[in-house]
Every structure is written in C-alpha cells, then in structure tokens.
Write a protein that binds this ligand. Structure first.
Ligand code: GLP
Length: 259
C-alpha cells in the first residue's frame, strides 16, 4: 500500500485529483470506478476545474459507481445518481450512456445487482477505482462481515452508516435500509485503487485498514491484498498510524518516492 500523508484535506484533495487526472491523460479510455460521500465532493470539484481550465477530458471514460440506495429512483434528490449528476456528470464531457450506477428503483434489486456485476465484467473490470472509507471500515456499502470475495449484491446498512449518512436526508428515518453495492471481490479486481479519508474521526479506522489484521470486521483491510493501492489521507486521519514516520520517510508530504 502506498500511504500518502498530506498536511490537510485541501492538499490531499489536490494530490488525489492530480493522480486521477494523470491516469485519464495517460489512458483516456479508462474504466473509472466512482464513489460518493462528502470526501469526494471536493475531488470532483477539482476535476471539473481541470476540465474547464486545463482541458481534462472524460469523453473516453466509462464509469461505474460503487453503490446506490435501494428504493431511490435516479431523479430522487438523495440518490447517488443525483449526487453524481450534480457533483460531476453535468459539468464534464462524460458520455451519459457510459456513466453507470445501479438502479435503486429496479423492480428486482437482486437481478439488478447481478446485471450490474455482469456489466462491469463486460467492460473489462475497473481500471482505477476511487474509494472513500466508512467510519466502520466499509468500502462502497460493504459493511463489516461482508465476504472478502463478495460481488455486487444487496446489503443491509448498519445503524452507524445510516447515522453517518443521515445528514444528506431531510429526516434520519428517510435513510434507506438497503443498498446495492459492488462487492469487495469486484473492487479487488480493479487494476488500481485510490482511497481517500480525512479527519481525526477516521484515524482509528485508517489504522485498522492499513496496519490492522486482514479481517471482514474491517472490510477496507481487504485492500492489504491488492497489488496497487494508494491511500491519500490528511495528518488528522494519520493520527493513529504506528508506522507513520516510515510512510512520511518514503513519501515526504505525500510526494512520490525518490529512488
Ligand atoms: C457512504 C458511501 C461510501 C463512502 C462513505 C464515506 O457510506 N457509500 O462509499 O466511502 O459514505 O463518506 P464520507 O466521505 O462522507 O465520509
């Protein structure tokens, strides 16, 4: 795992967006795995600025989002479809026909999950997967005890996840109980993973993911098995890392290693 510790969230966002832009310039036809959540908002805003000011193009990209709430139609203001249009798709040149999310309002959610997994495989799997990190160690909506080999399916959200996401809904009881999410096995097939986490509240779970045991109790720890993972964190989120000095020695201020 490449652990890049940046002074603050702003610098971490710059670093992460820079890595994404670099991949898109190198490989304009990348299959991008996209994430939602508060952390990603600034990253997408930065990419939109690059699109407008620096010619960054999404025209060749195919994208698959990690997850969607069961029961929310794409036009629901709290759906991840809506989030993605609002924070990215409506502002860049991505082909809407190649920007995919699961349909939360599908009549048969399990069939929708299977269809989505097949579509990802059909596209040749994810090239670069963006991830946020849940306070309980979830990636996508793979809650603790998710199979480390899981594929896209329906998951019941934990109380902690519903509480954390309640801020996006009018009333806490409006947060759906179920989601369709790529599995940990789906994510593991990505060629490259870029995970972002900021703030002191995530320090313990960041340490569990990077330095803790490989365990379904912390789904993000499965990334320890992946060959190409970059973790971009701010100093606050790095607060509980035992080997922090080592990461900063290898990547001072989150820069590439000097060999
Ligand atoms: C939601 C998403 C996750 C995301 C997490 C963290 O639960 N399904 O993919 O990683 O939120 O969100 P935030 O960035 O708001 O902390």
């Amino acid at each position: 795992m490449k652990v890049l510790i940046l002074p603050d969230a702003g610098a971490a966002t710059e670093r992460a967006a820079g890595l994404i832009a670099e991949r898109l310039r190198d490989r304009p036809e990348t299959v991008l795995g996209l994430a939602t959540g508060g952390t990603m908002e600034a990253v997408y805003a930065r990419l939109i600025r690059d699109h407008r000011g620096a010619g960054l193009s999404f025209a060749g990209v195919t994208s698959f989002n990690l997850d969607e709430y069961v029961g929310l139609a794409p036009d629901h203001p709290c759906s991840y479809w809506h989030y993605m249009r609002h924070h990215l798709f409506d502002h860049v040149d991505i082909d809407p026909g190649r920007a995919h999310l699961p349909r939360g309002d599908a009549p048969d959610p399990e069939a929708e999950a299977a269809r989505y997994e097949a579509a990802i495989r059909e596209a040749g799997d994810i090239g670069l997967q963006l991830l946020g990190l849940g306070l309980n160690g979830h990636i996508g909506f793979n809650e603790p005890t998710s199979s480390l080999n899981s594929v896209t399916r329906i998951k019941t959200l934990t109380r902690s996840t519903r509480d954390a996401n309640a801020r996006f809904f009018a009333r806490p009881e409006d947060v759906p109980r179920l989601a369709i999410t790529m599995g940990i096995g789906t994510i593991a097939r990505a060629s490259e993973v870029l995970l972002l986490a900021y703030g002191a509240a995530k320090a313990q779970v960041v340490a569990a993911m990077i330095e803790g045991p490989l365990t379904a109790a912390c789904p993000a720890s499965a990334l320890q098995l992946h060959r190409k993972v970059t973790v971009v964190i701010d100093r606050a989120a790095a607060g509980a890392l035992r080997l922090r000095d080592y990461y900063e020695l290898v990547h001072p201020d989150g820069r590439e290693a000097e060999i």
